[in-house]
Design a protein around this ligand. Structure first.
Ligand code: QAP
Ligand code: CO
Length: 174
């Protein structure tokens, strides 16, 4: 397994719309395993292929505290959704930024698993938020898109400043 570099907002590659996975083969299984390792190391609870610069419809997640429930969703589709909930979201591609987002409370999802088998899933609460957040990435969307333009500008400035401070730090170390 290998850790993969994660694209950071506002990288334009995060706007790429993913195409369907043609076949769940060894390449896709390795990608899913590498994405899970990358997510666990971060640490995070969800990661979409878009975030590691692969533009195919694949996402991984694990909302358990013990890293005991890895899930791989290939070519996921939301069949129905109901209700609404507000959750304070973060994103590995937008480090250090958290904001409330309103999404459906319950969703029915269909996807292929790591073995290419069809499965259906009913999700609610955090799991439903996570799947919707990661599926947004596959459509080229980032959670900060739900914020007002002013807040989104503030996020960009904060990230640029964080990056500048980090770069200065590594210069001193060199
Ligand atoms: C998406 O997000 C999500 O800013 C997954 O410094 C978020 O794993 C789904 C993370 C909320 C449901 C609810 C973020 C790690 C991880 C950061 C993540 C950070 C370090 C985010
Ligand atoms: Co994200």
């Amino acid at each position: 397994m290998a850790r993969l570099p994660i694209l950071e907002f506002p990288d334009p590659r995060l706007r790429t719309v993913a195409r369907p996975v043609a076949a769940v083969d060894a390449r896709i299984r390795k990608l899913a395993d590498d994405m899970l390792e990358t997510m666990y190391e971060a640490p995070g609870i969800g990661l979409a292929a878009t975030q590691v610069d692969v533009h195919e419809r694949l996402l991984v997640l694990d909302i358990s505290e013990e890293h005991s429930q890895p899930m791989v969703l290939v070519n996921p589709v939301i069949l129905s959704s109901e209700g609404s909930q507000v959750y304070q979201e973060g994103c590995l591609s937008v480090p250090g930024i958290y904001a409330d987002v309103t999404r459906a409370e319950r969703i029915q999802v269909e996807a292929l698993d790591r073995d290419g088998r069809h499965f259906a899933l009913e999700a609610e609460g955090l799991l439903a938020v996570c799947i919707q957040h990661e599926m947004d990435h596959l459509a080229g969307k980032v959670f900060v898109d739900y914020l007002s333009p002013l807040k989104r500008e503030l996020v960009k400035r904060k990230l640029a400043k964080q990056k500048r401070l980090a770069d200065e730090g590594s210069e001193d170390a060199a």
